[in-house]
Design a protein around this ligand. Structure first.
Ligand code: F3S
Ligand code: FES
Length: 241
């Protein structure tokens, strides 16, 4: 079979698609084809991978125009042409390797790396509800593959737009939904361009972990932004304090 792979350096000098002949074996994955090329045809081909089992998220690339995990994507028999590109919303580094730094910087702005938790009073007993555990755990299933980020049309159309992107909202939600969370992220996500998301759900449909990104991370944040501006809710919060 022919596997066409995008080759370039960071400056996109001499960027081109190079076709390689790769022997097909039943059940092989796109990552296996890339490994074959690197091992037998061109050792300079650069791509990332780590676990080979859909758990680390490092192998994501665009296969025939669709961002996927290459280690989980099976090459079907009779597929004559396969094209592999890097995730297009990120600055290229080399071949299929891209630079995630711009997305990581936006994540920092959401204070999603570490959240100071409310300290419990001595002897305080805290009962964790099952729904609270599930809400936080769902967000912690994210493997940082950035497929949702790459597929989001807002970022694809304007990668430099001020929008934190679905993956970062998932990370922020993982902290926000912790029952002992003390950070109010409503103003942070608002400054992070949350309103640019028009809830098309492409991110949710592409998530290899099945996280309900739109329903369970983005919409709750949108609701928090709206209620943080509601004068009645503001008053209620003051009274209940
Ligand atoms: Fe983008 Fe997902 Fe919103 S694809 S527009 S972040 S629903
Ligand atoms: Fe880890 Fe593909 S190599 S998810």
């Amino acid at each position: 079979m022919k596997v066409r792979v995008y080759r370039s350096d960071a400056r996109q000098r001499d960027a081109k698609l190079i076709a390689y002949d790769v022997p097909y074996t039943k059940g092989m994955r796109v990552l296996t084809a890339l490994e074959f090329i690197q091992e037998h045809l061109d050792p300079t081909l650069s791509f990332r991978w780590n676990c080979g089992a859909g758990q680390c998220g490092s192998c994501a690339a665009e296969v025939n125009g669709k961002p996927v995990l290459t280690c989980k994507t099976e090459i079907r028999e009779g597929m004559q042409d396969l094209s592999v590109f890097p995730l297009k919303v990120f600055p290229p580094v080399k071949d299929l390797v891209v630079d995630f730094a711009p997305a990581q910087k936006k994540l920092k702005d959401l204070r999603a790396h570490f959240t100071p938790a409310r300290e419990k009073k001595p002897g305080e007993f805290y009962r964790l509800q099952e729904w609270q555990v599930q809400a936080a755990q769902e967000m912690r299933k994210c493997i940082d593959c950035f497929i949702c980020y790459d597929v989001c049309h807002v970022l694809r159309d304007a990668p430099h737009l001020n929008f934190v992107g679905p993956r970062n909202l998932v990370k922020a939600a993982a902290q926000e939904f912790h029952p002992l969370n003390v950070v109010n992220r409503a103003p942070l996500v608002e400054q992070g361009g949350l309103s640019a998301c028009n809830v098309t759900r492409c991110c949710t449909e592409s998530c290899p972990q099945g996280i309900q990104i739109t329903q369970n991370a983005i919409i709750p944040f949108k609701e928090r932004v709206i209620s943080s501006k509601d004068p009645f809710e503001k008053l209620l919060k003051k009274v209940l304090k």
